[in-house]
Write a protein of this length. Structure first.
Length: 292
């Protein structure tokens, strides 16, 4: 038999529970975080669409921005990783401090190419370092003509020579042999790249001055290979020969049609830069001669 007092207390407890549950029942169910993020995106996009094509373009850029950031980070990471590998490889021979300086000089050289490529509107990848070979920047489009190709080719040695000259200036200021050695190596690095053999920078420049300079380059390269037996130089000469015979077969005369004013300016810049490099290397070597 049930007690009326107990029944009354039970009914009050039920009523209180119902009153507490009422606000929860009225509240809409919470959506997952992914649905909330999607909802926010859909709320933003209609707002941008009110701006017409400009808003649609902004929405597209915002949607692809994260992928652009990933690609940019990857490109920079690729450069950084290959730089560190090159520092480790050269450091095993010359020591880490000199290896860092040498890699930075190569980077400055490649930066010169990159600046000209950007100025000429030619898309290119990030520099990739290859130990005991150097570094490369892959062009994603061909230059419009041989003159533009020569500008790209001369940009690297020009800025690279400036970097070596800075090291020479620091050497004179500190009288430390480290900087003289680094300067001498920098001048030599850029001077070697001026050899008129494709795919070296000198080969790209020589096409504007005279394509027959490539034959002079093969003769000079062959002599250097005879003296050094360098496998890297052998590969350069091999690829250069392939490019030379490909050029003769294609006979793309229009590509090499450059007016005399531009041809002369490139020739003066090319031979003048070689002279500056030779003088700079001589000045950097003089203080080191007493140390040997």
């Amino acid at each position: 038999m049930n007690d009326p007092q107990n029944c009354s207390e039970t009914e009050k407890s039920i009523e209180q529970a119902q009153m507490a549950a009422a606000p929860l029942a009225a509240r809409p169910p919470q959506r997952p975080l992914a649905e909330n993020a999607q909802s926010r995106r859909t709320q933003i996009r209609p707002g941008l669409k009110r701006w017409g094509p400009i808003g649609a373009a902004i929405a597209l850029v915002l949607g692809k921005l994260k992928w652009l950031l990933v690609i940019a980070k990857f490109a920079k990471l690729k450069t950084l990783v290959t730089m560190l590998i090159a520092v480790w490889a050269y450091g095993a021979i010359w020591g880490i401090p000199f290896a860092i300086g040498f890699i930075l000089l190569i980077f400055i050289h490649e930066l010169g190419h990159g600046l000209v490529l950007r100025q000429q509107g030619i898309p290119a990848g990030a520099p990739v370092f290859i130990p005991f070979v150097g570094a490369v920047i892959a062009m994603k489009d061909m230059p419009r003509n041989a003159y533009v190709e020569a500008l790209v080719g001369i940009g690297g040695p020009a800025l690279g020579t400036l970097g070596a000259a800075v090291c020479l200036g620091v050497g004179y200021g500190t009288q430390h042999p480290f900087w003289y050695a680094l300067a001498s190596t920098g001048f030599l690095l850029n001077l070697f790249n001026m050899l008129p053999v494709s795919p070296l920078d000198g080969g790209r420049i020589a096409g504007v001055i005279s394509r027959w300079l490539w034959l002079v380059g093969f003769g000079m390269g062959g002599f250097l290979f005879y003296k050094t037996r360098s496998p890297v130089l052998f590969l350069i000469l091999l690829f250069g020969a392939i490019s030379f015979f490909k050029m003769l077969k294609e006979k793309n005369a229009a590509y090499y049609e450059v007016d005399i004013k531009r041809r002369t300016s490139i020739a003066v810049s090319y031979f003048g830069l070689i002279a500056v490099m030779a003088i700079g290397m001589w000045l950097a070597e003089k203080p080191l001669q007493g140390l040997t």
